[in-house]
Design a protein around this ligand. Structure first.
Ligand SMILES: [Cu+2]
Length: 155
C-alpha cells in the first residue's frame, strides 16, 4: 500500500465516524428546539395570565368561555374588570381575539376587544338593578354560543 492510499483509507474511516455523531447532534438540536419552543409557549402563557390590576375583578376569556361568568355589582358603583386573554393567535376561529360586549345595565354599550395573549382593564358603572348579559362575538359562533356569555347581577 502506498502512502497516499493509506491516507485515503484513514479519510474514509474518519468520514463514517463523523457522520454518526453529526446525526446525533442534529437530532439533539431538533429536540432542544421543539422542547424549547414548547417551554417558551407555556412560559409566555403563564406570564400573560398575571393580571396588571390586582384590585380589579380578574376574568379570563378563552375558547371555553368567561371565567368567572357571573359577577355581582351594586347600582351606582363602578365595576373594574381585568380581562385576560391567554389564547394565542394560532386559533383558526377568530384568530385568538375575544370581546366583552355588554349592551344594557343602564349604561352605554361596553365593547372591549382583547387581542391574543394580552389583557385589558376597563371600568363601567351599572345604574339600574337587574340581571344583564355580556358576550363575546369574535369566536365559536359568537353571540349565539351559550358558553360565550356571562351574567352581571346588579343589586
Ligand atoms: Cu371569544
Amino acid at each position: 500500500m502506498s502512502k497516499s492510499n493509506k491516507h485515503k483509507e484513514r479519510g474514509k474511516q474518519r468520514n463514517t465516524a463523523e457522520k454518526l455523531p453529526l446525526k446525533g447532534i442534529l437530532f439533539m438540536v431538533i429536540v432542544i428546539v421543539i422542547f424549547g419552543s414548547a417551554l417558551y409557549l407555556v412560559m409566555s402563557k403563564s406570564a400573560s395570565l398575571d393580571p396588571v390590576d390586582k384590585d380589579a375583578i380578574k376574568m379570563t376569556i378563552t375558547m371555553a368561555g368567561f371565567e368567572p361568568n357571573v359577577i355581582r355589582a351594586k347600582a351606582g358603583q363602578p365595576v373594574t374588570i381585568n380581562l385576560i386573554n391567554p389564547d394565542n393567535s394560532h386559533h383558526t376561529d377568530g384568530g385568538g381575539v375575544h370581546n366583552f360586549i355588554l349592551e344594557s345595565a343602564g349604561l352605554s354599550r361596553v365593547n372591549i376587544t382583547v387581542q391574543p395573549e394580552s389583557q385589558d382593564v376597563f371600568t363601567f358603572t351599572p345604574t339600574l338593578p337587574g340581571e344583564y348579559h355580556w358576550y363575546c362575538d369574535s369566536c365559536c359562533g359568537g353571540r349565539e354560543n351559550p358558553s360565550m356569555h356571562g351574567t352581571l347581577i346588579v343589586a
